[in-house]
Ligand binder design. Structure first.
Ligand code: GSH
Length: 214
């Protein structure tokens, strides 16, 4: 069977989540590099696959999917050897879902900090405050816990750790998640959970460097 195709950009945090999850569960992807999603994903052919014109977009046997978290849920549900990253048990799964919805909110807050600079605009100080508030919330979620949802690492941990890496787009704002004690202990736990995490972080940082040199 042909491997799933991922329309991808190396610098995109949502794309990185999908590549990371695929790596952790051992799924090979055919990666198609999309240079400028804002242009290349708007062709009639690509809009049919994904009306949102975003990367990541996954195509697997005629099924086309957008949204990094939904794609990750799909890959795990369909291809992982067990359901530990995204449990089948509804009472366990809903805890992962809850964190993933939170993750989307946190990512959007981080986006409001670093996106303006790509358009030569100023970041509103209130956006920085909102990220810091979000990190305090994340710290509370981790109170007395090793992992964000349940007793083992799940998609929620990978998604939120990946989201935090987006802060590396804008180090000048000094937002440091590890100032929060629970996050400081949890982040290295996620990073050391799989060699794939370190590889994916290295790839992201290399892509960031390349972008800065342009
Ligand atoms: N919530 C989406 C966000 C995807 C997203 O915004 N991707 C950006 C690149 S990081 C993109 O494709 N932008 C192009 C566009 O919106 O036209 C996800 O998690 O997949």
């Amino acid at each position: 069977m042909a491997p799933p195709t991922l329309y991808d950009n190396p610098i995109s945090p949502p794309c990185r989540l999908v590549r990371l999850v695929a790596g952790v569960i051992g799924v090979d992807l055919k990666v198609v590099n999309v240079k400028d999603a804002g242009i290349d994903m708007k062709s009639p052919e690509m809009l049919k696959k994904n009306p949102q014109h975003t990367v990541p977009t996954l195509e697997d046997n005629g099924l086309c999917l957008a949204e990094s978290r939904a794609i990750s849920m799909y890959l795990i549900s369909k291809y992982a050897k067990d359901d530990s990253l995204y449990p089948k048990d509804v009472n366990k799964r809903v805890l992962v879902d809850q964190r993933l919805f939170y993750d989307q909110d946190l990512y959007n807050r981080i986006l409001s900090v670093f996106l303006p600079k790509f358009f030569g605009k100023q970041t509103d100080p209130s956006s920085i405050e909102k990220v810091n508030e979000g990190l305090e919330t994340l710290n509370r979620m981790l109170d007395g816990k090793q992992w964000l949802a349940g007793d083992n690492i799940t998609l929620a941990d990978y998604a939120i750790a990946n989201t935090l890496s987006a802060l590396e787009f804008a180090p000048e704002f000094g937002i440091d998640p590890t100032k929060q004690p629970n996050i400081k202990q949890w982040l290295p736990r996620v990073e050391s959970s799989s060699p794939k995490y370190g590889e994916s972080l290295k790839e992201f940082r290399e892509a960031l460097k390349k972008m800065a040199q342009k």
